[in-house]
Design a protein around this ligand. Structure first.
Ligand code: FRU
Length: 552
């Protein structure tokens, strides 16, 4: 393995027999060896000579993730991942194109190199790059003690993977059987010269209970590659709030900084409001919002902002099942903000598809952009070797009009427009085999008409968008979510922007009136699109095009 411009090896190693270690060998140099972790994976870092041949030997240990870092233009190039060659047992560079070509891995939605991902964290734009941090288990395809992953993009579309940033607390890594937790969700506030991050540190027993401790911590960075030590800024929840007390989101409104936190108060889901003058000392004010709907364990990942002359609060309903059978939906609330009180006027679902959770937003050049985690609450994921479990929605632009939230894909999605597969009107269309299953379909109707759009089919399994007497909804067949109503809250359908990306479909309705995200796994690398309208002449315009991959 040649290091090229890279000067650091980061490798996560865990003993599989006594005295496991990682040994690094370079020609004419004494070897360097570091012990693997015992109870958990140890995050080992080796300094390397650039443009030098090395051999990495894993002695009695397992490796979960390994990459080269430390080059000057890493924001541009990203890290270089190394994987074990099954024949030689040596860690080698892999071909990323082949790596990303799997029917169950999106090609133009962000996903990690491998393993588990959940909430987007620390979204911001800083000195020329968009930054996306995320909840990550680098060691496996399931939720576990949390790290922060990190990626950067010059254009919101093409991302490079960067070194992991935060790890679970030492105490948790040493006692993974009795403790769980880590670096939970949080946000970034980007200034001109530095970025301030807020996040929750969670530590508690395997089963959440009042012994669980969630505290809010702060850290900073001036280059997004080096981060200061974290300091605790809020160590305890206010009286009446449950131990669920997490996911700080900070923004400035007027002269003050405001932090919202997800929690519950006296048994009701609540978003708590804090205030600060200096970003460091925080005083609790009151709940920004208390949800009267029963059976919500707490709000998670709340967001709050001034937008288009109104105020918008958002939050994810933990452990709640709605009347359509959808689990853990995210809610938005539009209202006014006066004397530090939020007065709700209107509310609705953030995403009707049931697979978008924990969305977070940030502003850049006047735009409010939001990204959500494409979750799998119905257990429909198919794991495969070295696969990723989880991904991020397309970046979405948020607006408020007539007290209602509008959500549209960011205009940068145009960068991914590929070959046109179909263009026409006033006829039904059937594309039974779309090579690569990564496409976008734009459909306009003269007036509301009944239709079905088949978005995925695999034997008896299917995903269909339906508009009929009962309104617009996504419907699955033959998979775990069959029977759940993924219903959109729109009175009629005039326009659809449909993004299908292998296991993920995102449907944008009527220029932002609603969006629905649904995952659907197909064993085939190819996809399909079939539009059947009751009155085909009501199809004013239909266009289907392939989408380029973001991993060039
Ligand atoms: C939401 C969430 C957050 C928490 C994080 C832990 O998906 O449960 O509330 O900070 O994930 O990974």
């Amino acid at each position: 393995m040649n290091t090229g411009p890279y000067t650091c090896l980061e490798i996560f190693a865990k003993e599989n027999a006594a005295l496991g270690s990682v040994r690094l060998l370079a020609e004419n140099q004494a070897f360097i060896e570091k012990p693997a972790g015992k109870a958990s994976y140890a995050w080992l870092k080796f300094n390397l000579q650039p443009y030098t041949e090395y051999q990495i030997l894993c002695l009695s240990c397992d490796i979960s993730l390994c990459y080269l870092s430390g080059n000057e233009d890493i924001l541009e190039t990203g890290v270089r991942y190394l994987e074990k060659n099954p024949k030689t047992g040596l860690l080698e560079e892999t071909n990323p194109q082949a790596w990303y070509s799997h029917p169950a891995r999106e090609s133009y939605h962000f996903s990690p190199w491998k393993n588990w991902i959940n909430d987007p964290n620390g979204l911001c734009w800083f000195q020329g790059y968009y930054h996306l941090f995320y909840q990550h288990n680098p060691h496996g395809q399931e939720w576990s003690n949390m790290y922060w992953g990190h990626a950067a993009s010059p254009d919101l579309i093409h991302w490079t993977h960067l070194p992991l940033v935060l790890a679970p607390q030492e105490e948790i890594l040493e006692n993974p059987k009795s403790l769980k937790g880590g670096a939970f969700s949080g946000c970034a506030v980007a200034g001109e010269e530095e970025v301030t991050f807020y996040l929750t540190r969670h530590k508690g027993p395997q089963e959440d209970c009042p012994d669980t401790v969630e505290q809010q911590w702060m850290m900073k960075s001036r280059d997004m590659l080096h981060f200061t030590e974290e300091t605790c800024v809020i160590s305890q929840q206010p009286p009446g709030a449950s131990f669920d007390f997490r996911d700080p989101k900070v923004q400035k409104i007027g002269d003050f900084w405001y932090m919202v936190l997800g929690s519950s108060m006296e048994g009701k889901g609540a978003i708590l409001l804090y205030r600060s003058k200096d970003m460091q000392h925080w005083e609790y004010l009151h709940p920004l919002l208390t949800e009267e709907q029963a059976k919500i364990r707490c709000f998670e990942c709340p967001d709050f902002m001034a937008l288009d002359g109104s105020c918008l609060a958002l939050g994810a309903w933990m452990e709640h099942t709605d009347s359509c059978g959808r689990y853990q939906m995210s809610r938005y609330y539009v209202g006014t903000w006066q004397e530090e009180r939020f007065e709700k006027q209107q509310e609705g679902w953030f995403d009707f598809g049931g697979n978008c959770y924990a969305m977070q937003s940030f502003t850049h050049e006047g735009r409010r952009i939001s990204i959500g985690w494409i979750s799998d609450f119905y257990g429909e994921h198919t794991a495969y070797e070295n696969g990723a479990y989880g991904s991020m929605t397309i970046p979405r632009e948020l607006h408020i009009r007539n007290n209602r939230l509008y959500i549209t894909p960011v205009r940068e999605m145009e960068l991914l427009r590929g070959r046109i597969l179909y263009e026409g009107s006033e006829e039904n269309l059937c594309l039974p085999q779309i090579t690569g299953n990564a496409y976008r379909a734009s459909i306009k109707f003269q007036k509301n008409t009944f239709f079905t759009v088949l978005l995925g089919k695999d034997g008896e399994k299917s995903l269909t968008l339906i508009n009929d007497r009962d309104g617009l909804r996504l419907e699955t067949r033959g998979v775990n979510s069959q029977g759940i109503r993924f219903q959109a809250e729109v009175p009629e359908v005039r326009e659809l922007e449909i993004f299908v990306d292998r296991r993920t479909a995102e449907v944008y309705v009527n220029q932002g009136e609603a969006v629905g995200t649904k995952i659907f796994y197909s064993s085939s690398p190819d996809g399909c699109l079939e539009l059947k309208a009751e009155n085909p002449w009501d199809i004013a315009e239909a266009k289907v095009m392939l989408m380029y991959s973001i991993w060039h």
